[in-house]
Design a protein around this ligand. Structure first.
Ligand code: HXC
Ligand code: NAP
Length: 277
């Protein structure tokens, strides 16, 4: 079978889709002919995204909604479905993040990130559920390597994204018989985005270190993530569900190694001590 990624006549909804990685995903689907809905908090971001998307697709809708507000998320879907019909592909990627040690993080700081990343993802998927195309609907959550690789200063994000990964698997179990597939993409450091600019590589030195930590020795691009999303949204990925797929140049392998090695050394030394007692 020839690969066909034509999304003409399909409705793709990207929550948190007005900037960065998620906007890159929305642009890619629009380029492939989809009707695209993007939603986020800021009216400025929504308007700017709609203007750029209109260069790629005649059918574009922007909606302002905060994923922390369950009712507002529901209204966003009502609005979009009234315009473009059932959602063929849902991308849920709204997130917030800052670097802070757990010992100085306020309760509200922790809760804010969990509310946006994890509770927000639940709100988006829960409200989208009845509007998803059956059979054939595809849900793509945007997670992060922190979900499985412990990283300092990321207690809030790591805990929230670990929840997103498990939500992905559990909803794949619960919704699979309805003909719905639920997967997640775990991006590595993606060049030019908020996550890299502000958090991971705010200086030239930090950027070099970030590149060096990736086996493929480069930062990712918006298209790297968008290409995977185009595949996951299509029938070519029709037997993939409940998967959390890294798109990171192998970065997770490199980062996890020292952690696992240290744990392995500790376990080996504990069992050696038991054996010699
Ligand atoms: C410590 C902080 C803080 C900081 C905020 N807080 N920034 N604490 N250090 N740098 C605390 C505040 O003091 C407050 O707690 C609480 O968090 C809520 O802050 P608000 O500013 O009121 O929240 P809000 O306006 O809702 O903004 C949410 C936000 C913000 C997460 C803080 O950064 C945001 O909107 N970000 C969206 C964009 C974003 O972060 N994109 C990057 C995604 S990258 P108190 O106790 O004072 O009330 C990603 C993965 C990247 O997710 C992977 C690479 C590392
Ligand atoms: P970004 O540009 O800040 O994208 C976040 C998007 O979510 C924005 O469109 C933002 O728009 C929206 N948003 C934030 N809070 C929201 C809320 N409460 N309700 C609704 N929308 C909200 O960040 P990014 O770096 O591209 O990250 C995008 C996704 O990739 C995130 O899920 C992130 O965790 C993940 N990720 C990124 C990297 C990376 O290298 N950048 C690596 C791993 C994972 P508004 O401000 O208008 O709301």
């Amino acid at each position: 079978m020839k690969i066909n990624l034509d999304y003409s006549g399909r409705h793709v909804f990207v929550f948190g889709g007005t900037t960065g990685i998620n906007f890159g995903v929305a642009q890619a689907f629009a380029r492939q002919g989809a009707a695209a809905t993007v939603a986020s908090r800021s009216e400025d971001n929504v308007n700017a995204a709609v203007t750029l998307l209109e260069e790629q697709s005649a059918q574009v809708l922007g909606v302002c909604a905060d994923v922390r507000n369950f009712d507002a998320v529901g209204q966003a879907f009502e609005h979009a479905v009234a315009r473009f019909g059932p959602v063929d592909v849902l991308v849920s990627g709204a997130a917030g993040n800052f670097l802070c040690e757990a010992s100085s993080m306020s309760s509200n700081g922790f809760r804010t990130v969990v509310d946006i990343d994890l509770v927000g993802t639940f709100h988006v998927l829960r409200q989208a559920h009845r509007h998803l195309r059956r059979p054939g609907g595809s849900v793509i959550n945007i997670t992060a390597p922190q979900a499985s690789i412990p990283m300092r200063y990321q207690a809030h994000c790591g805990a929230a994204k670990a929840g997103v990964d498990q939500l992905t698997r559990i909803l794949a179990l619960e919704w699979g018989s309805e003909g719905l597939r639920i997967n997640a993409i775990s991006p590595g450091p993606i060049d030019g985005t908020e996550g890299v600019r502000r958090l991971m590589a705010p200086s030239a030195e930090a950027r070099r270190a970030a590149v060096d930590a990736v086996p493929l020795k480069r930062l990712g691009t918006l298209d790297d993530i968008a290409n995977l999303a185009l595949f996951l949204g299509s029938p070519h990925a029709g037997y993939i569900s409940g998967a959390v797929i890294p798109c990171d140049g192998g970065g997770a392998l490199e980062s996890v190694k020292p952690t696992l090695e240290a744990a392995g050394r500790a376990a080996a030394s504990a069992s050696h001590e038991q054996g010699t007692r």
